[in-house]
Write a protein that binds this ligand. Structure first.
Ligand SMILES: [Zn+2]
Length: 258
């Protein structure tokens, strides 16, 4: 019965959703006007295949098999990144990025708020040490909720994007997301990026308010607003790998223990 189910899965045009190839689980996303197969390994080690509509499942399985080596190398890379990220300590002198600049943490006995940026030092009140991670994330979210809407406004105007509001959230492996009501969500961790890369994240989500998928039309919308978006996307890959992302460290570790 199980063997038959596997055989059935391999027949006919590919369907969106999970596809198992050996011990890999591939998340299939079907995009009507896509040319070929694009494989990506996300920060949390999820594997996505973006494929054209009507592609034969057997063909996709063959592509995944031919790129197994690359996929496993990428998974190793993601594990290493996660290991690099995990070593933040909440002690005086530890470095944290905010809008692309590095700030040293300083533990203080008294302060009006649990976390604050004062004279170039990131202050953490000592009585909050047992929940330091949550307090720092709350600080990034608070900063983002003020900074991002003002930053997004000129982009939204230029792109005529019907953006209703911007919220900073925990978004797992994604930098941003949006909904049909014109709401844009940005990952709190994006506030660690240089402003030029936060702009890329914003423009990407604002473009989704016009076009939901990653079709060539979507990238044209992005390119019209931000002609150098490809360079910024590459920088985001590199810079993003060094950011403090405690949540995705956990998900990569869970995957490793499966
Ligand atoms: Zn997107």
């Amino acid at each position: 019965m199980a063997a038959a189910a596997v055989a059935m899965q391999q027949l006919g045009p590919v369907r969106p959703g999970p596809l198992h190839v050996g011990r890999l689980e591939i998340d299939v996303v079907v995009v009507p006007d896509r040319d070929g197969v694009r494989l990506t390994v996300e920060r949390d080690a999820r594997i996505t295949a973006t494929v054209p509509a009507g592609l034969d499942t057997a063909r996709l399985v063959a592509v995944v098999r031919s790129r197994r080596r690359w996929i496993f190398d990428k998974l190793d890379e993601r594990m290493e990144e996660a290991a690099l990220r995990s070593d933040k300590e909440f002690v005086t002198g530890e470095g944290f990025h905010y809008l692309g600049r590095s700030y040293r943490l300083k533990l203080v006995d008294e302060a009006p708020v649990p976390v604050g940026l004062v004279h170039g030092r990131l202050l953490l009140r000592r009585d909050c040490l047992d929940r330091a991670q949550d307090e720092l994330i709350a600080w990034f979210r608070g900063r983002g909720n003020v900074w991002l809407p003002a930053r997004a406004e000129p982009w939204a105007q230029r792109m005529r994007a019907p953006c209703q509001n911007i919220a900073v959230r925990r978004l797992g492996y994604r930098w941003g997301s949006c909904n049909r009501e014109g709401g844009v969500n940005i990952h709190w961790a994006a506030m660690q990026l240089p402003a030029s890369l936060v702009d890329y994240v914003l423009v990407h989500e604002l473009a989704h308010l016009h076009k939901r998928d990653h079709s060539s039309e979507f990238w044209r919308v992005v390119g019209r607003a931000m002609p150098d978006y490809q360079a910024r996307r590459d920088q985001l890959d590199r810079f993003g790998a060094q950011l403090w992302l405690p949540e995705s460290v956990n998900s990569v570790k869970q995957l490793a223990h499966r």
